[in-house]
Design a protein around this ligand. Sequence first.
Ligand code: NCD
Length: 345
Amino acid sequence: MAFIDRGNGLNFQGAHILSINQFEKQDVTRVFDVADQMQPYALRKKVTRVLEGAILGNMFFEASTRTRVSFGSAFNLLGGEVRETAGFESSALVKGESLQDTARVLSGFSDVICMRHPDEGSVAEFATASRVPVMNGGDGANEHPTQALLDLYTIRKELAATGRDIDGLTIAMVGDLRHGRTVHSLCKLLCLYDNVKVVLVSPKELLLPAELIEAMRSSGIAVQTSEDLAPSIADVDIVYSTRIQEERFGSKQEADLYRGRFRLNQAIYTEFCQPNTVIMHPLPRDSRADANELDNDLNNNPNLAIFRQTDNGVLVRMALFALVLGVVDTVDKYSHDIRWFNARA
Ligand code: NCD
């Protein structure tokens, strides 16, 4: 199976997508260019059947709404079909089957597999026995590479609208940086860019893992840490808020100690942020009263990009499927106009 081809970039066709470590800057640019090409299909202006007959095995062993459905929708939009496995209880893993055996079986039924699992390294372990490409939809607190790609794609688009660029970006990452896999992957991705400044806002117990801080510093990123939200978001392009990852704590009570520590609402935004600061969150935002990390009163703020992020996720995942399955150049060949009323137009 093709893997990392350092120097010439990632050979996407047939590759597993497991970690941001696989990507060079040119690979990221390639994904973004293909994601741009997917726009007419995601916006339902056109339909493509390029993946007709292909099957995605979508295996989610941890809670998920958007990542699971986003992978599935992206595959459907390219004309492929989706088979889902959700939850340990309904899979043979509960009978003691190894991840590798599950991979040996499921890869016989599928052309590509997306997987989320609570254990770090589990998706890579699964991939070692898979006969088809595997994409990591989140392995415990480790990584969530497709989310990082869609986050950076969003950052690029949002900043471009006001003449800014990823190079030169200043971003505040807020919340549970210790367990937040989206943050871990995004930090790795930012290492590929120049003149980036990162402000890490978290309780000290939930600081970003030291090796990631070290990796960012040694790639030239200026990293600051803070336990105080207001001064940290005063001069940034992006505020990237995250949820306390309750499922990674020993108990709910322990997670409760940190919930609601860094709340952003419109009043705080108006007082402390620049008028063009973009607000992002991988979602789900915890909207319960004791958390409320991004208040609903931000919903009318034009710089709230959280639902543009989820829309962009479909584009980026379509791009990854097209690249990994080698159909980038034939997507348009198998296309036609839509035949139904398009409410989005
Ligand atoms: C994130 C995840 O699962 O890591 N969600 C997502 O995939 N968009 C973030 C979270 O659950 O807090």
